[in-house]
Design a protein around this ligand. Structure first.
Ligand code: SAM
Length: 250
């Protein structure tokens, strides 16, 4: 496991936490992507024990609580994010841990009905180990749902609205940002092919139930936005999904 990357990313996440306060959180699955309100991927949440991997500011756990989840647990690499989640979830009995998702921190075996991760799983420096742990935490028949950047998205270069392939989709190395979100925050994000995620789930023992390459939300579908070359834009998202979502079962 590359602990140098984890150390660097933890420090930088503490710096950029403010930029992500509830931005990538349920019911949302990702930028300009259909939300849970449209997709309805979760089975009943009422009375269920849930674990959020990369829980960030805790907004997804708050959503889970409003849907009637019983036990709320979350893990995140950044202590600033965990502090924020503690504030957001104050008054609720949430168990929050500042830790890397790749680490075994002694979370209970076969305890959770639902494990989910909204825009966090792709940060793992050890996908196999992370999925192995998630499998271990889940009860038999429990569900794991996660969303992340569509693996091709990082390669889409846009110039005057014309989209082309940038770099190599074949190379599963990593992308390094010296100034993530314009801050003094170096970040390294592993690059993986779509098949790598699917095969890693199968290797961990999961049955894949649904793979979603979400369209834009219903109310944005017929808008005609200005041409935009921003990394995430409605203009691009109407042509290519920003995200992918997978529902898998133990
Ligand atoms: C885009 S945010 C996720 C937002 C969050 N899911 C929500 O519902 O608000 C990504 C999160 O992943 C966390 N993260 C990054 N690498 C991680 C790792 N290796 N283990 C655990 N969390 C990690 C970051 O600290 C950050 O809070």
């Amino acid at each position: 496991m590359n602990t140098d990357i984890l150390k660097q990313n933890r420090k930088s996440w503490n710096t950029v936490a403010d930029h992500f306060n509830g931005v990538d959180a349920l019911p949302g699955y990702g930028p300009f992507a259909q939300s849970e309100d449209e997709l309805r991927l979760f089975d009943s949440i009422e009375g269920k024990n849930v674990l959020d991997i990369g829980c960030g500011s805790g907004h997804s756990l708050l959503y889970m609580s409003k849907q009637g989840a019983k036990d709320l647990w979350g893990v995140d690499l950044s202590d600033s994010q965990i502090d924020r989640a503690q504030e957001i979830l104050s008054g609720l009995d949430a168990q929050l841990y500042c830790a890397a998702m790749e680490e075994d921190i002694g979370l209970p075996e076969q305890y959770f009905d639902i494990v989910y991760s909204i825009y966090a799983i792709g940060w793992t420096v050890d996908l196999d180990r992370t999925l192995e742990l998630i499998y271990f935490y889940l009860r038999p028949s429990g569900t794991f749902i996660f969303s992340w950047d569509h693996p091709l998205y990082v390669h889409l270069k846009s110039e005057d609205g014309l989209v082309s392939l940038n770099g190599s989709y074949q190379d599963e190395d990593s992308v390094h940002y010296a100034n993530f979100k314009g801050e003094d925050a170096p970040m390294t994000i592993p690059k993986r092919k779509f098949s790598t995620y699917l095969n890693a789930l199968v290797k961990a023992g999961f049955n894949i139930e649904q793979v979603v390459e979400p369209d834009v939300p219903h109310d944005l579908k017929d808008l005609e936005p200005e041409v935009s070359d921003r990394y995430y834009s409605l203009y691009k998202a109407q042509k290519f999904p920003t995200s992918f979502i997978i529902k898998a079962r133990k």
